[in-house]
Ligand binder design. Structure first.
Ligand SMILES: [Zn+2]
Length: 265
């Protein structure tokens, strides 16, 4: 049987302070009391996975009108400056896919830079997979003063064919499974895909950049729901990587995205 295939689709850039992404970055010290802040470009991508005869979309990316649609303080901190040059439809088209080709959607989590064009599937029968804890936390965050400010109700408060994931590992098709990786958010989902080019482990926002994963440097406090959970999720991924000799895909690492492979199988 042939394996799954994975294609990463470039959905644009977000410019943000490295200190959000790498805990302790550019901290002051006696020798350097006022270090410069480093603004960096991060990639935003979505994935297309073909497995078991179905085509899955992994995340939907930022909206093309992020500059207007995102609350001003969030856009200022996470500037999706080229969002207007991107749309889910045109970015998929660049890889030979149409929205109609998508049989099911997997939402790694429901932050605004990942769920921005979920409305392409609103009112359709297309299954949308999300972890139960993510959906609860997203609604609690968007509808009350609790939780995180990075959820916009208008991204996901509509008529969707939600399929809740409850398990630590949820098999969607032979060679394609979802992994519950709490830490960045309570219900973050990563994925494992076994392709003819080897195993791909999608860490997603468990590791924004390679150093989060390789060196175990946590995300900054503003991007961390639970650091103990984050450390457990990282250890789980590391063990899976050792067992399968996988390629690991990070959530927003532009260098890795531009230098590494972006399609398998
Ligand atoms: Zn993200």
């Amino acid at each position: 049987m042939s394996g799954a295939s994975v294609t990463l689709v470039d959905r644009g850039r977000v410019r943000a302070d490295m200190a959000y992404v790498v805990d302790g970055y550019s901290m002051g010290s006696a020798a350097e009391p006022n270090p410069d802040h480093e603004m960096s470009d991060f990639v935003v991508w979505c994935g297309v996975v073909e497995a078991g005869g179905r085509t899955y979309l992994f995340d939907t990316g930022p909206p093309s009108d992020a500059a207007d649609y995102w609350p001003d303080p969030l856009y200022a901190a996470f500037e999706a400056y080229d969002a207007a040059d991107h749309s889910l439809e045109s970015d998929l088209d660049a890889h030979g896919y149409a929205l109609d080709d998508i049989d099911a959607v997997v939402m790694s989590h429901l932050h605004l830079d990942h769920a921005g064009e979920l409305d392409a599937f609103e009112g359709t029968d297309t299954p949308v997979y999300a972890h139960a804890e993510e959906l609860e936390y997203a609604f609690r965050s968007a509808k009350t003063d609790e939780g995180s400010i990075a959820y916009l109700a208008s991204d996901f408060d509509g008529q969707y064919n939600w399929q809740l994931v409850h398990e630590e590992t949820h098999t969607l098709a032979p060679g394609f499974e979802l992994l519950h990786l709490p830490g960045h958010t309570p219900g973050l989902l990563g994925a494992r895909a076994d392709t003819d080019d080897g195993t791909v482990l999608v860490a997603g926002d468990e590791a924004y950049v390679q150093s989060n994963y390789d060196e175990g440097v946590p995300l900054g406090p503003g991007l961390m729901w639970s650091e103990p959970a984050w450390r457990r999720s990282r250890r789980r991924l590391k063990e899976l990587e050792r067992r399968t000799d996988a390629d690991v895909v990070f959530g927003h690492d532009l260098d890795d995205f531009q230098s590494g492979p972006t399609s398998w199988g």
